[in-house]
Design a protein around this ligand. Structure first.
Ligand code: SAM
Length: 250
């Protein structure tokens, strides 16, 4: 996999996300507003619907959200009936984690102190570069544990994070690149576990081509349809959600 699919952009830098979440956190403390869902509400609803069909709350799945932002995807999973103590969000920006924890606490207060959302675990981790996580300092995603989880996940979610990573400059990480992404997802999933990703940079076919490569250990399971639009004689949708499954080791 190459990191040169797109020209590098600010969205591929940690400084950008640190600045953004520091502003969002300040805004949250001033106004109580949680901020927006990246790509809007539709992909959130569709990703949760997919999970309800394939890994319902009764299966008690352990779920990891990579690049969790303001945590809203995991809060939507809680709303859908998933056990919050089995949900974990990681992000390399401490501001994202602080914001997610603050939102969870506010929601619990509004929920008359039921402490539902605050049971979601949030941790500062660099998904691609554990060594830099340790320097910053934060946890390596391999070491993130919850009461119910030994570091192996039934479902890994990504909404917009692979997109942001694909905008990294080669220089930002030196030798560390997007090539680490798929092997890390595979290592974190249990055999037969699922990976569900939403992207606006890559089409469904481009995601399959990059993720379900020969020998990657992930196979294509299906995709979620969105309304399509036609422009200049070409039709497509503005984002793609694709599901993969880790092949079982026989
Ligand atoms: C486009 S935002 C999406 C946020 C969230 N998933 C959503 O849907 O709103 C990308 C997120 O990925 C995080 N991120 C980017 N590179 C990362 C990395 N190497 N490790 C962990 N998080 C990362 C950013 O801090 C940011 O929160």
């Amino acid at each position: 996999m190459s990191t040169v699919d797109f020209d590098p952009s600010l969205l591929g830098t940690k400084d950008h996300w640190d600045q953004r979440y520091s502003e969002e956190l300040a805004h949250f403390y001033e106004s109580g507003l949680e901020g927006e869902a990246w790509f809007g509400d539709e992909p959130v609803l569709k990703m949760v619907e997919w999970a309800l069909t394939h890994l319902p709350p009764t299966a008690c799945p352990n779920v990891l959200d990579v690049g969790t932002g303001n945590g809203h995807l995991l809060f939507a999973m809680v709303d859908a009936g998933y056990d919050a103590s089995r949900l974990t969000g990681i992000d390399y920006s401490r501001g994202s984690v602080d914001l997610s924890i603050a939102i969870a606490k506010q929601r619990d207060v509004q929920d008359e102190g039921k402490y539902t959302y605050a049971n979601v675990t949030f941790a500062v981790c660099d998904f691609l570069d554990p060594a830099s996580s340790i320097r910053r300092p934060s946890a390596d995603v391999d070491e993130v544990r919850t009461e119910t989880n030994d570091g192996i996940w039934d479902l890994v979610l990504d909404k917009g994070t692979f997109d942001a990573m694909s905008l990294m400059d080669e220089d930002e990480r030196g030798t560390v690149s997007l090539e680490r992404y798929v092997p890390r997802v595979v290592r974190l999933l249990r055999s037969g576990g699922h990976f569900l990703i939403t992207s606006c940079n890559f089409t469904k076919d481009e995601l399959i081509q990059r993720i379900a490569t020969r020998g990657s250990g992930l196979e294509y399971k299906g995709s979620i349809p969105y309304k399509t639009f036609t422009f200049g004689g070409k039709s497509g949708s503005s984002y793609a959600t694709v599901a993969f499954q880790k092949q079982s080791v026989s």
